[in-house]
Ligand binder design. Sequence first.
Ligand code: S3P
Length: 482
Amino acid sequence: MPQLIIHPSGPLRGSVAVPGDKSISHRALILGALADGDTHVSGWVSAEVCLATLRCIRALGVQVEEVPPPAPQPWREQVHPSPEVGRGAGGEGLLIHGVGLNGLVEPADVLHCAGSGTTIRLLAGLLAGQPFTSVLTGADALRRRPMGRVAEPLRRMGATILGREGGKLAPLTLRGGDLHGIEYIMPVASAQVKSAILLAGLFAGGETVVHEPGPSRDHTERMLRQFGVEVEAEVKTEAKGAAVRLRGGQRLTAGGGPLCIPGDFSSAAFPLVAAAIVPGSHITLTGVGVNPTRTGLYDLLEAMGAELQDEGPMTNDQGASSFVVRRSSAVGEPISNLVIHGSNLRGVEVGGDLVVRAIDEFPIFAVAATQAEGTTTLRDAAELRVKESDRIASVAAELRKMGAWIEERPDGMIIHGPTPLTGAVVDSHGDHRLAMALAVAGLVARGETVVRGAEAINDSFPGFVETMQALGADVTWMVNGE
Ligand code: S3P
């Protein structure tokens, strides 16, 4: 099995682009499939999770061609002229031949979602609207993750959904069609659940309204608007939380120009934290999506002592981190260049909406917290227990092997720092983000770190190792002892 070998590194330097955003890549496929007309996509990321959505969409009768990116992404060139590395950095191209709102066909076989929660939950919403039978399944870890949260509102809309343990676990069998709109108050903030309900809402009679307790990512709403669908967003009230509303039966129109997918903030998070904690580093990440529902880690790093300004690299004699942001936009999503310097971080308290806005970043945030002066407290984050791994238990267990001082709480953790880390043999628990976080921890650890199960990285960030190497990090693959 491939493992990663990491040695402590000198300062990280240089400029790189990260692969396209996974959340937006899934949505481009699904909405492009439903549209009237062809959709060109550039910057699509061929991470394992997105390839799972691609296979499922094809199995539903949609032709998707892999093509050269339709046009250079102007914002990638404009924002940074220096060489970009990393597979997918220049963007991969797709041409989706949309079949229209009612053009999907019954799949001939079970739809396999691999390890992708976004694939299975978004497709559950899509398939709830179809007048045929389909079965969604996935890898072992995915079949252990909660599906009741998505099945329950879809049943209320009129779909029949069967699953293991009373319909709470995949495989899920769906018989859809003939849906009616509902008003639904989500118990947990989840973009996957919200998106599933909105996708089903496209096929439902009347209006569908979803209230969410926290600001989950809004890529579905933004992209639906790009395809001409009217989606209203209402501000949060005390009783119900923010609401999103759409009318069923609206058709999606392709042809408004290529969908250019920004770099994935959740992939940028790894070099970002690496540069923050390796002394003397100074790196630029180009063309990164900075949708505010995704950039909680950015705010956290700032609160830990990073400084943010609008233009020009910032020099700071105290050695504090500094970001530089130059803004542009692509397909209704803001994008930026992020510049960060190595710095002295301090512990912070994290809870509430910030947890939702940084939900995927806690493995790498925990690494930053081990190097921060003082105590970092994370609460309101019980959702981390039902991600690709139980990220409270797995992050604490693996970082402790490297000498970190971490206490587990039911809904978070307490991390004491700064702790000198020591290289160790650690395990990814099959979780891509944990594998990459441990690799970054290895950059500041004494001695050699070995990350087992590191192949999980391909679920999410093809080219992670090459990207880190281009910045000067000593990270290499070892396959079969070589
Ligand atoms: C995602 C939503 C989040 C996130 C996941 C991607 C999406 O999950 O953790 O990596 O693309 O909608 P939840 O909706 O379960 O919070």
